[in-house]
Design a protein around this ligand. Structure first.
Ligand code: SAM
Length: 275
């Protein structure tokens, strides 16, 4: 995969040289280029912002430096595709924005299938909206939000998204099994995890984990997933496909106050607060 990030603070993306993503870059599993938006300005002061039409607080990012930056990246992508004799597919342009669709694990998996992602880091009050419309000529444009809060710029959102997407690329995480059992991979939160020593400050590791009984451990972990998800994120259970649950699983949900109706979990009206 190739990733291009455009920002007025390229140094902000330095953490992407570290850890698993840094290693993936070194190993050639991920090509990541960071571009300074100011190099695409033409005035002495390298201006990237101006006052908003219609008045109001804050500044808005000017369209032309963005067009220059994105055209150069789109042009390189087209040349690259032509040199390999493959038809140019529009790269995905991700515009981090609190007004975008919410980023989640399913979207991370979807984006990990792409050949090229381009991230446009906004600052101030954001990027002139015409850039987003215009960019659709060259890119598949996706405004994406990290969550329902406002950051100062898109860089932190890009760090999070690149890490979430990058770790799904083949070879980046040493043991691909560890991707399967994580929170959100199956619509549930992950079960609690423990390591040595088995007794620590008067707290014991759950005995089942020391039993060596793999069937029981798997069932305990599944039921802990249900309990934790019901406690912390009951909204996820509304989306959960309960069709394949075993009798023991249904009983575990029953204790948490949920019945299975038409493959869906329904919270019993009389069951009070989520367990
Ligand atoms: N005025 C904008 C609004 O209310 O939608 C917020 C602008 S914010 C101060 C500046 C930039 O930070 C945005 O253009 C975007 O790139 C980034 N940003 C802020 N919050 C974000 C979020 N929740 N997810 C992704 N990017 C975000």
């Amino acid at each position: 995969m190739r990733i291009d990030v455009v920002s007025i603070f390229p140094e902000y993306l330095a953490p992407l040289e570290l850890s698993l993503i840094g290693k993936a870059r070194q190993d050639g599993l991920l090509e990541l280029n960071v571009h300074d938006l100011r190099t695409f300005t033409t005035d002495k002061h390298r201006t990237v912002d101006d006052t908003p039409y219609g008045g109001g607080a804050g500044m808005v990012m000017k369209p032309e430096p963005w067009a220059q930056a994105l055209e150069s990246i789109a042009g390189n992508a087209a040349v690259g595709a032509a040199s390999q004799g493959v038809p140019a597919k529009k790269p995905v342009l991700i515009v981090p924005s609190p007004a975008g669709e919410r980023f989640n694990q399913a979207l991370a998996y979807e984006l990990a299938e792409e050949e090229q992602l381009v991230f446009a880091c906004g600052r101030y009050e954001g990027i002139d909206e015409r850039v987003i419309e215009w960019a659709a000529e060259h890119f598949a444009v996706r405004p994406i939000s990290l969550g329902d809060y406002v950051l100062n710029g898109g860089e932190v959102a890009v760090l999070a998204m690149v890490e979430a997407i990058g770790r799904l690329l083949p070879g980046v995480v040493g043991n691909p099994e560890s991707l399967v059992e994580e929170s959100h991979s199956d619509g549930l939160l992950e079960y609690p995890v423990y390591t040595k020593p088995s007794s620590w400050r008067d707290r014991e590791v759950p005995a089942v984990l020391l039993s060596g009984n793999h069937g029981k451990i798997a069932q305990w972990r599944r039921h802990e997933q249900y309990r934790r998800t019901a406690e912390r994120r009951p909204d996820l259970l509304a989306e959960f496909d309960a069709g394949g649950l075993t009798r023991a699983d249904r009983a575990a949900f029953g204790e948490l106050g949920y019945d299975v109706v038409d493959r869906q979990l329904r919270r019993r009206p009389d069951s009070g607060d989520p367990a």
